[in-house]
Ligand binder design. Structure first.
Ligand SMILES: [Zn+2]
Length: 278
């Protein structure tokens, strides 16, 4: 191999890990969002705990390396990690589901995944994906229940609703729940990642119409508590800093939600138009 090629291939091989933003692995104070809904993720990789008298629901296992951090956050709040009974995810990318096998091993939790992402989760991701990035591959985990759009997940008096918001992945899931009289929406991801093919995509022919449906759904959704798969979707760090000031809940942010959804829809439409002219 020529020296330049060797350097290039070395750079490419280390790139995926090097590309992980620091905030993904940085601990963050766990906190109550509202009612029995808590944030137990890192500075940007969001995990949520719904704590109930019959055990807990955990959304997003993040990376394998994130599991001790999630566990510590749950314990800091005074709950037991081993009381996690149901594990859910935002979508089948490593930054939200790579830690699932480890969490299931440690807690014996049941794993519920949207039907359209369940094969990827059980196979360890899209092996023949054209997108060369580490987030498409991860440790596989067995799915106990395959969810359909609108399915309810119930535990100890709490109900979460799985809403299919596909495009980012085929089974990308937005979780909604009524909590303390508020509508919580945990957005799965409305983002078009670099390298995504929106026009004539052989692997995923309906990708563009799926995004269209996702934006339609997100715009119509009743919303009070704006949350998402990454803290950065809803400006979590800044809102956390305002927690407890003036007795207001900074996570109630209808305007911010609609601004975010509109901005992401615009980004999708710009990319779609660009790819159509290529
Ligand atoms: Zn993703």
């Amino acid at each position: 191999m020529k020296p330049l090629l060797l350097i290039l291939s070395l750079l490419l091989s280390i790139h995926p890990l090097a590309a992980r933003p620091e905030a993904w692995m940085e601990p963050f104070p766990p906190h109550k969002i509202a009612g029995n809904l808590y944030y137990v993720g890192s500075k940007d990789l969001a995990s949520y705990l719904i704590a109930t008298p019959e055990g807990h629901v955990l959304i997003n296992s993040s990376f394998e390396e994130s599991v001790p951090l999630i566990r510590a956050s749950i314990e800091k709040l005074g709950f037991k990690f081993t009381d996690v009974k149901i594990l859910l995810i935002s979508h089948a990318h490593s930054d939200h589901c790579a830690g699932s096998a480890e969490i299931i091993k440690e807690t014996k939790a049941q794993y519920f995944v949207m039907e359209q992402d369940a094969d990827a989760v059980e196979n360890g991701g899209a092996k023949k994906s054209r997108i060369k990035a580490d987030y498409t591959q991860f440790t596989p985990a067995k799915v106990d229940r395959r969810l359909q759009d609108g399915d309810e997940v119930k535990l100890g008096g709490s109900t979460l609703v799985a809403r299919l918001t596909a495009g980012h992945t085929r089974g990308c899931t937005t979780w909604t729940m009524q909590i303390a009289g508020l509508n919580a929406v945990i957005i799965g991801s409305p983002n078009v990642n670099p390298g995504y093919i929106l026009v004539n995509n052989q692997d995923y022919p309906n990708i563009a119409t799926d995004y269209e449906r996702t934006f339609q759904f997100l715009k119509e959704q009743p919303i009070d508590l704006f949350l998402g798969a990454h803290g950065s979707y809803y400006d979590m760090n800044a809102k956390y800093a305002r927690l407890g000031i003036n007795n207001t809940n900074p996570f109630i942010d209808r305007e911010g939600y609609h601004r975010y959804v509109e901005d992401r829809e615009q980004a999708f439409r710009t990319e779609l138009a660009k790819q159509k002219t290529q």
